[in-house]
Design a protein around this ligand. Structure first.
Ligand code: GLU
Length: 427
């Protein structure tokens, strides 16, 4: 895989998919499972690439490349988001699809793993162009999708609106409304209450459990959050709600610092009305050098943006005691042993950010029942699923004397293997 664009400081391209395979291999080596079967669950089951011609507002046509990777359907239909970003590649989508398989297994919901992406810069596309791109992607790949086959959701730069267009296009082809083909929809179109904030809430539930495990107190703790999209903003908001002082926040445009804690609710309101939807210029904090955001002296560091942020080139500079991986893949396999040596408690992505897909599961269940739950019920179920998953992973970690990422992968791989063995191989 040479197409990944993320570069380490020494300019060697990082293959994000190779990173997941390393994480898989390290955990699988600790389990007593036959090699041939491991190959079967390690690699994606199916990867599809499409060329998508889209009519632009000026009448011209532009070509985009779209991907959907179904990594596993062993435990249930493929599940995973759809990402719009200029750096989307097959390598990245394969990695993200694999993480979805292990994430769904960690929280023990009946889904496999999948992911989609379109290489595009959504900030340069009009609403109409984004709608036509989403509809063309849905229509071109329609045979892959369905409530029993593969169920997309929002991810980086996609939203409830993207899911509404997806659902409508799919439904027009099916000739009837199929709400359960996507999750993360607007609530009035069959979305679930509590889905929007689910990933950030889940991150904070795992942080709260980690603080308790480490004998630390939320009201004495400080935090830095990288990213202020759906995951980062809600993570910061709920960290503050449990008493953590969020002193540093960064987004793609810049970073902020307030030693007394940034008023996150006020920042969310500021971003909603600001130019570029950025945190820059917020009057309740001082500007901070974004290059140093990951290295600040806080108790909790929550990378909640993109993958490959903490590598062997910068892991030794991290000073936080807890890393809460709101993003998928923010820490590379080479950085893990460095962080472990520094005694940093890493809550791995496939556990930490699994609140989003957990409430996606609740949404899919509600759509299929045609019966919708209150916000309190969704939150209570999210709380149960996340604390149980945290404790399941912690137990594996303590029993095997391994760090949490290794434990999460061991637990997830074993759960997939158990189902695969019961189903048997059709040959
Ligand atoms: N995109 C989110 C993730 O990476 C949510 C996926 C989903 O809800 O299907 O976990």
């Amino acid at each position: 895989m040479t197409e990944a664009k993320n570069l380490k400081s020494d300019e060697i391209p990082v293959s994000t998919f190779q990173n997941v395979m390393k994480q898989f291999d390290q955990a699988a080596a600790k389990l007593n499972i036959s090699g041939d079967l491991l190959e079967f669950i390690k690699y994606p089951r199916r990867a599809t690439i499409v060329k998508l011609p889209v009519r632009m507002d000026d009448g011209s046509f532009q070509m985009f490349t779209g991907y959907r990777v179904q990594h596993s359907i062993v435990r249930g239909p493929g599940k995973g988001g759809l990402r719009f970003h200029p750096d989307v590649t097959l390598d990245e989508v394969q990695a993200l699809a694999s993480w979805m398989t292990w994430k769904c297994a960690v929280v023990n919901i009946p889904f496999g793993g999948a992911k989609g992406g379109i290489a595009c810069d959504p900030s340069k596309l009009s609403v109409g162009e984004l709608e036509r791109l989403t509809r063309r992607y849905t229509a071109d790949l329609i045979d892959l999708f369905g409530p029993e086959k593969d169920i997309p959701a929002p991810d980086v730069n996609t939203s409830e609106q993207t899911m509404a267009w997806f659902m409508d296009t799919f439904s027009m082809h099916e000739r009837h409304t199929v709400t359960s083909v996507v999750t993360g929809k607007p609530v009035i179109l069959g979305g679930s209450l509590g889905r929007r904030e689910a990933t950030g809430m889940g991150v904070v539930i795992t942080v709260r459990e980690a603080l308790a495990h480490l004998g630390m107190c939320a009201s004495n703790a400080t935090a830095a959050v990288q990213g202020f999209g759906n995951v980062g903003s809600v993570t910061a908001q709920y960290l503050q709600k449990i008493g953590v002082k969020v002193t540093h926040i960064g987004d793609v445009f810049g970073a902020l610092y307030n030693p007394d804690g940034i008023d996150v609710e006020a920042l969310i309101k500021y971003v909603a009305t600001s130019k570029n939807r950025s945190i820059v210029g917020f009057p309740g904090a001082q500007p901070f050098d974004i290059k140093n955001l990951l290295y600040v002296d806080v108790d909790i560091l929550a990378p909640a943006a993109l993958e490959n942020q903490i590598t062997d080139a910068n892991a030794d500079k991290i000073r936080a005691k807890i890393i809460a991986e709101g993003a998928n893949g923010p820490v590379t396999p080479e950085a893990d042993p460095i962080l472990e040596k520094k005694n940093i408690f890493v809550i791995p992505d496939i556990l930490c950010n699994a609140g989003g897909v957990s409430v996606s599961y609740f949404e899919w269940v509600q759509d299929r029942m045609g019966f919708f739950w209150s916000e309190e019920e969704v939150h209570a179920r999210l709380e149960r699923i996340m604390t149980r998953a945290f404790n399941d992973v912690l137990q594996v970690a303590l029993e095997n004397k391994v760090h949490l990422r290794m434990a999460a992968f061991m637990l997830a791989i074993q759960r997939v293997v158990d189902v695969m063995m019961l189903r048997g191989i059709y040959a």
